[in-house]
Design a protein around this ligand. Structure first.
Ligand code: NAD
Length: 298
């Protein structure tokens, strides 16, 4: 399939690489030249602008952008996608944004004649590289069915969650739990180690006991426990703390609208806010363990 891909960062880059590996023809755009070059080296064509990408010979556009303001400006801006794309081109936004913004963009796409789904992902940069992401999809069943073969080149679990915006609802709930479980794992690991446990032994116990969770067994925040985790490479790459803070803002805002309490979610938001205000927003979100252990964890 001929696919336009916009947003080639920590997630979008490896996702686009997997589409090329699966035999799709890609036209790409990103503000970062280095990100574009990596895809061009793998066989993609580079578009010089968002408008040029929209007008290229493509059947589908996938976007993977940081936050709602980027998604709105890329889709709705004067030089954006909707102003330049043919109505036959299908649209998939995989960025994590609030459900209301996702519905606003989907409504504008529908007015433009374009079929669109929201398809945020879970699974981290490791899942993006391995092609094992979970996709949470909001939109019409027929659009979900049409997108499935393309999403399968990037992910393993692909779930239709309901109408437009519902993919984002599922994502926001999952990421709020992820933040809470990461903080809990950091707290428990730091307590155990400061009381004399070897971190690898403690993680091994947790991972075969009732405290087991993804934050501990796949993404442990304690350095050296897992060679593949950002904790073992100075908390670089991975999922930035500021992105997690953004997702917690989405969760608490959505909770306000639904009049539902998110007590631990609110606390997690404040802890990430504190961490970010100390200049740590660019570190992977597992670096929150530094709130407990200071810079002992480098
Ligand atoms: P990132 O910051 O690494 O990448 C975003 C990319 O978008 C960058 O390359 C940037 O240059 C590009 N970009 C921004 N504005 C643009 C514009 N106007 N035109 C073209 N390109 C533009 O972010 P990421 O980690 O890849 O995350 C992307 C989305 O996926 C976010 O919504 C995030 O919440 C979500 N997400 C991230 C992870 C993770 O582990 N990193 C996991 C699940 C979901």
């Amino acid at each position: 399939m001929k696919i336009g891909f916009l947003g080639l960062g920590n997630m979008g880059g490896p996702m686009a690489h997997n589409l090329i590996k699966a035999g799709h023809q890609l036209t790409v755009f990103d503000l970062s030249q280095a990100a574009v070059t990596s895809l061009v080296d793998a066989g993609a064509s580079a578009a010089p602008s968002i408008a040029a990408l929209a007008q290229a010979d493509i059947e589908l556009i996938i976007t993977m952008l940081p936050a709602a303001q980027h998604v709105k400006s890329v889709y709705l801006g004067e030089e954006g996608l909707l102003a330049n794309v043919a109505p036959t081109v299908k649209l998939i936004d995989s960025s994590t944004i609030d459900p209301m913004s996702a519905r606003e963009v989907a409504t504008a796409a529908a007015k433009n004649g374009n079929r669109m789904i929201d398809a945020p992902v879970s699974g981290g940069t490791g899942g993006a590289a391995a092609g094992t992401l979970t996709f949470m999809v909001g939109g019409e069943q027929s659009d979900f069915d049409a997108a499935l073969p393309v999403l399968q080149a990037m992910g393993k679990n692909i779930v239709h969650c309901g109408p437009a915006g519902n993919g984002q609802v599922a994502k926001v709930a999952n990421n709020m739990l992820l933040a809470i479980s990461m903080i809990g794992t950091a707290e428990a690991m730091n307590l155990g180690v400061s009381l004399g446990m070897d971190p690898k032994v403690l993680a091994g116990i947790i991972n075969t006991s009732s405290g087991r969770c993804w934050s501990s067994d796949t993404y442990n925040p304690y350095p050296g426990v897992l060679d593949t985790a950002p904790a073992s490479r100075g908390y670089t790459g991975g999922f930035g703390s500021d992105l997690m803070l953004k997702d917690l803002g989405l969760a608490t805002e959505a909770a306000k609208q639904a009049r539902q309490p998110v007590i631990l979610g609110g606390l997690a938001q404040q802890l990430y806010q504190t961490f970010s205000s100390q200049g740590n927003g660019g570190l992977d979100f597992s670096a929150i363990i530094k709130l407990y252990a200071g810079d002992t964890h480098e």
